[in-house]
Design a protein around this ligand. Structure first.
Ligand code: FES
Ligand code: FE
Length: 431
């Protein structure tokens, strides 16, 4: 099939996601990864209409705390109101003549003063000051000129989301089965997880959906991250059990991959990497979890890994550390990635240190995993540019009850993608 320019009467359309259960075939057209037209459709139909992760309430713990946090390629910021104590997410644009109001990445303030003509807004978004006030007369409507909140803002267990579509379903309904997995993380910390200060920010020269796929792709771990596994084995970790697990469709395009942890987990599973001195401490943490949650739930919290994708662009990985990652396309072949590390609030310093080491060893920008994954994704994007092959094959596991190392989880994502895109998920071709 060759894509050509035709007059409308000569056009036919074909879906970019092609599922054929009878022949156990699931294909995704590579134009999904390279086309400007597809990206435009995604910005309109996915990023303007789905719930998007903004940040975590712990990032604005105190009244007046704020973080600047673009979402869906639109500048917004999150702030905790000094008077109300509520978390607001505002469009980051001055109601005077447009300048960005919140210019620092994060901080604490009672007042945001626009740098252009010095209009001032408080932490509740209310317009407070207008230089040359008398020039406007008595009718200047301060309420109407308040900062505009994003159409919908809701949070679940501290995770704050926003949506530009006022008619979107509630966040709780949207999250569907993903809630149980967020609960597992938050409950393991007695309900008080926090984002550790500092972010990993990087760009990848690859389409954003490649990272969505990769984040729940169990199949790539052994070949792609071979160096890490060799390192663990050299330290004495027993990997003979492999990385077996299951994937679960959580509804609404969200999916989780759950598997036994071959590596240590700072929450309560010791491994040689942590050192002998940490054995007793970790055993005590685990006993505490069992006492609070019972053996079965504690074992799930402590011993299993979960890589979860919340459609469209949030990944919460509870693996050798808990990481929250979001990503956004800047062009069909490039994305910005931001990642944070989560931990129980008030964790003891030595536990925190071990957690950060564990996080950086695998997931950090110079860790064992991230550079491998970045290279794999960029390699795919380069491959797409070669042309000659039109479809990606994502069929693995269609001929059986899918295993965790099959590709069922990617199919969950792509089905939702196709539904969300509607007619924009089709491409015009010459007959
Ligand atoms: Fe903000 Fe004029 S644009 S004060
Ligand atoms: Fe990976």
């Amino acid at each position: 099939m060759t894509l050509v320019d035709h007059t409308p009467s000569q056009l036919a359309e074909f879906p970019l996601v092609d599922e054929d259960p009878e022949h156990h075939r699931f294909r995704v057209h590579r134009d999904t990864m390279t086309s400007e037209r597809v990206l435009k459709g995604e910005l309109e139909r996915i990023f303007q209409r789905c719930w998007l992760y903004v940040g975590h309430e712990s990032e604005v713990r105190n009244p007046g705390d704020y973080v600047r946090r673009p979402i869906g390629n639109r500048p917004v910021f999150m702030v905790r109101g000094v008077k109300s104590g509520m978390v607001h997410v505002f469009h980051n644009t001055c109601t005077h003549r447009g300048a960005v109001v919140c210019r620092q990445k994060s901080g604490n303030t009672k007042v945001f003063q626009c740098f252009y003509h010095a209009w001032t807004f408080d932490s509740e978004g209310q317009l407070k000051g207008v230089p040359g006030r008398e020039a406007y007369g008595e009718k200047l409507d301060f309420d109407a000129l308040a900062l505009k909140p994003v159409a919908r803002v809701e949070s679940y267990r501290g995770f704050v989301f926003a949506c530009f579509d006022p008619g979107v379903q509630s966040l709780v309904d949207y999250l569907a089965g993903a809630r149980e997995y967020l609960d597992l993380i938050v409950d393991s910390a007695d309900g008080d997880m926090e984002i550790i200060k500092g972010t990993n920010e990087y760009c990848i020269d690859a389409n954003w959906k490649l990272l969505a796929e990769n984040s729940v792709d169990g199949y790539h771990a052994l070949p792609t991250h071979d160096t890490y596994f060799k390192y663990l084995v050299a330290l004495g970790t027993n990997l003979s059990g492999g990385v077996a697990g299951t994937s679960r469709d959580l509804g609404n395009g969200h999916v989780v991959l759950e598997y036994g942890a071959p590596w240590g987990r700072p929450i309560a599973k010791w491994e040689p990497l942590f050192g002998e001195h940490a054995r007793d401490e970790i055993a005590a943490l685990r006993a505490n979890l069992v006492a609070k949650h019972g053996e079965a739930r504690a074992a799930r919290m402590a011993d299993t890994n979960r890589n979860m994708l919340i459609f469209p662009n949030l990944v919460v990985n509870d693996i050798m550390a808990v990481t929250v990652r979001t990503f956004m396309p800047t062009s069909p072949g490039r994305m910005d990635v931001t990642a944070w590390e989560m931990a129980p609030h008030g964790e003891l310093p030595q536990l925190r240190q071990r957690r950060l080491d564990s996080f950086l060893t695998f997931l950090g920008p110079a860790g064992f995993a991230t550079p491998d994954d970045v290279e794999a994704l960029e390699s795919c994007q380069q491959g797409f540019n070669s042309g000659g092959v039109e479809w990606n094959d994502i069929s693995r596991g269609m001929a059986r009850e899918p295993h965790g190392d099959d590709e069922a989880q990617m199919r969950v994502f792509w089905r939702r993608w196709a539904r969300q895109m509607g007619s924009a998920g089709y491409l015009e071709v010459g007959r």
